[in-house]
Design a protein around this ligand. Structure first.
Ligand code: MG
Length: 199
């Protein structure tokens, strides 16, 4: 299932890193409704009202980025994929600036080319599949040879819509969006044997 996959797109926060975003608390601080995703609410506001909220969101996420730590198994998986010649990308609803800081402080930045790190300003945010498609096109990689790995509904929806295999990482083991996942793991280190075993 995974052994022949050569294009790997990762969600960042909560997938490559330990989950520390408390989105409900962030929405409260921004004065936004708790039951809807932040980026979509901002995109529906008029620009003058949205701009200061978006700036504050960037500040909050930048502060979180500075405290990020790599998820269990992230380094060993990325190293194995890189050594096998796989293309590695990041697709995040965070900003590229925050992604670069997060990857830097977690020690994961050397595994990625900067152009393969797409934030919310480089590609239409997930659940849109356009970021996945953009990376695959950069790599000349067919969707049948690619993977989208993430810890949230939007990651799996984006992967499904892009026609790639979906890997659902949920440390809680509950997998509430499991019907959209081809493979479910509680941590990234469980992927290594799946990648290394031809099937
Ligand atoms: Mg995530």
């Amino acid at each position: 299932m995974l052994a022949h996959r050569r294009g790997w797109v990762f969600d960042m926060d909560g997938t490559l890193t330990h989950a520390i975003h408390d989105f409900v608390a962030i929405k409260r601080e921004l004065g936004l409704p708790e039951d809807r995703p932040i980026l979509e609410v901002l995109s529906e506001m008029d620009a003058a009202r949205a701009a200061p909220i978006a700036r504050r969101l960037d500040e909050i996420e930048y502060e979180i980025a500075g405290r990020a730590t790599a998820a269990i198994g992230a380094v060993s998986l990325l190293r194995a994929l890189r050594d096998a010649g796989a293309h590695l990308g990041v697709l995040t609803r965070n900003t590229r600036r925050n992604a670069l800081l997060t990857l830097e402080v977690t020690g994961l930045l050397p595994f990625f080319e900067v152009d393969d790190i797409l934030g919310r300003d480089e590609a239409e945010p997930k659940p849109s599949p356009s970021g996945v498609a953009r990376l695959l096109s950069r790599w000349g990689c067919d969707p049948s040879r690619a993977v989208m790995a993430g810890d949230y509904l939007f990651d799996l929806q984006a992967g499904r819509a892009a026609g790639v295999a979906t890997v659902y990482v949920d440390g809680s083991g509950v997998f509430p969006f499991g019907e959209l996942a081809d493979i479910q793991v509680v941590s990234l280190d469980q992927l290594l044997p799946l990648f290394e075993t031809p099937n």
